[in-house]
Design a protein around this ligand. Structure first.
Ligand code: PMP
Length: 332
């Protein structure tokens, strides 16, 4: 099938391919599929939320020609907003914790975003990147705050695009869907969009350690345990996007398990991905095993591994974090 010519660069966002993943399918004993969000122009699933939030602010009359978009982000949303901002003539100001990958910072600067780095803090701290970005938006004339965590234009983008695409690509036969949560836009949006079409689809949260949602969906209590080096995921509260999300079950996956899938997908399939993708695939394998041999389970391949060459794909960094080093990266 030949992809049609797109009328403008923004139309390259979304309509990503879905691929059957051989290794994960063999491990689960059923069919596991990955939605190739790393193929979006900004290299991540967050291009969709960025476009949805900007279009929503325009139609609400909040974002006017020549205006400014301000956001606090682990990086990928900022990259998406910078691309969308460039295409539509908006300035972007991105607030980011300074412990995110150097590649994300360099990418944001290269795209022309104005980058504000803050120390990583707890959400309750008034200097947290989210609160800093809200204040900057309030202080900047003609600016809107994208507010990806609580602005449901984020999950709406996934209801209208990601879920609809998955349903069509799977020809209406989806038994399970799972992914991890940063804002919750992807999980909640895809969950809502799929359940709208077939309420029997099982929706699972896959949580990294250090996040509080596994415990919330299992027991009703927000409680974090352990930690994770995964960027872009790991949530400690019920965001506006997660409110009312139809979650049936939950898994918790360690960085080691996620990294094992990152390594196998690279070595066996030639897919170079970030750690949240590995964690998602580990969760999809768990869900597949639970649903049985006939199951067709979908997950998200969130972002490109090229964003993490100095972290996940660096032997020194992995060693410093006491994580297993991929065989082919070993120098001694
Ligand atoms: N993986 C990566 C690499 C991300 O940057 C994000 C977004 N923060 C996610 C997963 C999670 O997506 P969402 O915000 O839709 O929950």
């Amino acid at each position: 099938m030949t992809a049609p010519v797109r009328a403008q660069a923004l139309d390259l966002i979304g309509n990503t391919p879905l691929v059957r993943l051989a290794g994960p399918s063999a491990a689960a004993g059923c069919d596991i599929f990955g939605k190739c969000e790393f193929l979006n122009p900004g290299g991540s699933v967050k291009d969709r939320a960025a476009l949805g939030i900007v279009r929503d602010a325009e139609s609400a009359g909040e974002l006017k020609p020549g205006g400014t978009i301000v956001e606090g982000t682990a990086g990928n949303t900022g990259i998406g907003l910078a691309l969308v901002g460039n295409a539509l003539g908006y300035r972007t100001i991105i607030v980011m914790p300074d412990n995110q990958s150097a590649e994300k910072m360099a990418t944001l600067r290269a795209l022309g975003a104005e980058l504000v780095l803050v120390p990583p803090t707890k959400y309750s701290d008034c200097n947290h990147f989210v609160h800093t970005s809200r204040r900057l938006a309030e202080e900047t004339p003609g600016a809107v705050w994208a507010n990806q965590f609580d602005n449901t234009a984020n999950r709406k983008a996934h209801i209208e695009t990601t879920a609809a695409e998955i349903w069509d690509q799977m020809e209406g036969r989806v038994d399970g869907f799972t992914c991890a949560v940063g804002t919750g836009g992807t999980l909640a949006g895809v969950a809502m969009g799929l359940k709208e079409r077939d309420e029997k689809v099982t929706i699972a949260l896959t949580d990294p350690y250090g996040a509080a949602l596994y415990s919330y969906y299992a027991t009703g209590e927000l409680k974090a345990e352990g930690n994770s080096v995964a960027e872009g995921i790991g949530q400690g509260r019920i965001t506006g996007n997660l409110e009312g999300a139809p979650i049936d079950t939950q898994f918790r996956v360690s960085d080691e398990e996620g990294l094992e899938w990152v390594a196998r997908l690279l070595r066996d399939d030639g897919l170079c991905l970030g750690l949240s993708s590995g964690i998602n695939v580990a969760g999809a394998v768990l869900l597949g095993k639970q649903l049985g041999p006939e199951a067709r389970v979908v997950t998200i391949l969130c972002d490109t591994g090229f964003r993490y060459l100095s972290t996940l794909y660096s032997a020194e960094w992995l060693k410093a974090k006491k994580l297993p080093v991929f065989d082919w990266l070993r120098t001694e």
